[in-house]
Write a protein that binds this ligand. Structure first.
Ligand code: GDP
Length: 432
């Protein structure tokens, strides 16, 4: 298993963090300065990924005798690690000892995740800004003691680990999971049948993957896709479609299990409230989105004009959704589906480097500053992308932003970096 070493000065909370990572509920034993501890490896697991966490003694360079020995232990731990988690006490800020540790970490050329520990509340979380000066990139504010932020940290640790060897030939991960949703009679079963027969390979299981029996594996465009929760679709020919309530529960389940949703709309009919609810379910769940206008074979020139107007009006809140015009009946443009899904998923997992994000933001906010209210205007201090799938951004500001200005930032963010086919989240953290 890959190795994660946790290092930092004495008393910054390394043991507490290790306890948190391995899910141990023991009395916390914090570092005692000057006392040598062995490097202790623990087995840990997060999101199904196993790794080893090495707890090290407090790192104190240049201290004599035993402290020096501990520093040495920590250095050895770093040398043998795949990823280093460097813990700093946010209530103290960066110290000379932390700076010295950073030099040692640089020499190691290992990926380092900077943790601002003891960020027990929001104002301490804001203090994490000061740790940018260490030059290790984005600080991760957490409270190892209370658990605040530890899930996000674990996600980032997993992301930094070397990619595991592929289980299935043809890709390091299982097939992408797709939800095929839409109101009754839009053509979900027809589309599933179409892609299943057009694209030769329909398989029920693939060695090394676990596919739920209610799912369908379909090859499209040379890639295997897992359509989730399609058992009902396959069987049903003439759908006696329960109540809308149950239909919406089924949709919610499929969307939850998927990474990307294909929402089918009926091109021959008006975009209804029920269609809107399905779209909202996907957006609220934070999944990538492809809208397939099905029954395109029924669209003539007149309908086309109405439909374009309808789209402008009804889909203006999701201009970023990828659209394909298909016919499950004739097979028209069904081959556009896989490329659309790939594009949406790429946006969904896109990561904007912090440097590029802040450079862009500085230029933007200089050109168009926040409007002045009561003699003052809040400033955006910096931004980071807090996560992916979907992309989540945090703006650290001197005060709350006007809703209109926040929407402006969001719109510009999309203009600059794309995210076609994916919802994004922007949240604001005003300094207290
Ligand atoms: P589901 O309830 O969403 O699974 O919809 P079905 O796949 O059962 O389709 C409902 C009806 O629409 C059936 O009568 C299909 O033959 C018809 N249909 C599906 N796709 C198309 C299409 O692309 N064009 C046309 N003209 N009819 C379609």
């Amino acid at each position: 298993a890959p190795v994660v070493a946790v290092v930092g000065r004495p008393n910054v909370g390394k043991s507490t963090l290790v306890n948190r990572i391995i899910g141990r509920r023991q009395a916390v034993v914090e570092d005692v300065p000057g006392v040598t501890r062995d490097r202790v490896p623990y087995d840990a697991q997060w999101n199904g990924r196993r790794f080893t966490v090495v707890d090290t003694g407090g790192w104190e360079p240049d201290a004599k005798d035993r402290a020096a020995a501990i520093a040495n232990q920590a250095e050895i731990a770093v040398q043998t690690a795949d990823v280093v988690v460097f813990v700093v006490d946010v209530t103290v800020g960066p110290t000379d000892v932390d700076e010295a540790a950073v030099k040692m970490l640089r020499r190691s050329h290992k990926p380092v995740i900077l943790v601002a520990n003891k960020a027990d509340n929001q104002s301490l979380e804001m203090e994490a800004v000061s740790l940018w000066s260490l030059g290790l990139g984005e600080p991760h504010p957490i409270s190892a003691l209370h658990g605040r932020g530890s899930g996000d940290l674990l996600d980032d640790i997993l992301n930094a680990l070397p990619t595991p060897p592929p289980i299935v030939e043809g890709g390091p991960r299982g097939p992408r999971r797709v939800a095929l949703v839409g109101r009754p009679n839009v053509g979900k079963s027809s589309l599933l049948n179409r892609v299943s027969k057009e694209e030769r390979a329909v398989v029920d299981s693939v060695a090394g993957t676990t596919v739920d029996p209610v799912d369908s594996l379909v090859e499209m465009d040379g890639e295997l896709w897992q359509f989730v929760d399609t058992a009902g679709l396959r069987k049903r020919v003439n759908q006696a479609s329960g109540t809308e309530y149950y239909a919406s529960l089924r949709t919610a389940g499929a969307v939850e299990a998927a990474e990307v949703a294909v929402v089918l709309l009926d091109s021959a009919e008006v975009i209804s409230e029920q269609d809107q609810r399905v779209l909202t379910q996907v957006v609220d769940a934070g999944r990538a989105l492809v809208i397939a206008f099905n029954k395109w074979d029924l669209v003539d020139a007149d309908r086309r004009i109405f439909l374009d107007k309808e789209i402008d009006r009804e889909l203006k809140r999701i201009p970023w959704a990828i659209r394909v015009n298909i016919s499950a009946k004739t097979g028209r443009a069904v081959d556009k589906l896989a490329p659309a899904l790939r594009k949406a998923l790429a946006s969904w997992e896109q990561r904007v480097p912090t440097g590029a994000l802040n450079q862009w933001l500085t230029t933007l906010t200089q050109a168009t500053p926040h409007p002045v209210r009561g003699g003052r205007a809040p400033r955006i201090l910096f931004a980071t992308q807090a996560g992916v799938a979907p992309p989540r951004f945090v703006l650290f500001t001197t005060g709350p932003l006007d809703a209109g200005y926040q929407r402006f930032i969001e719109r510009k963010l999309r203009e600059e970096f794309g995210f076609e086919g994916s919802p994004i989240e922007v949240s604001v953290k005003p300094r207290k």
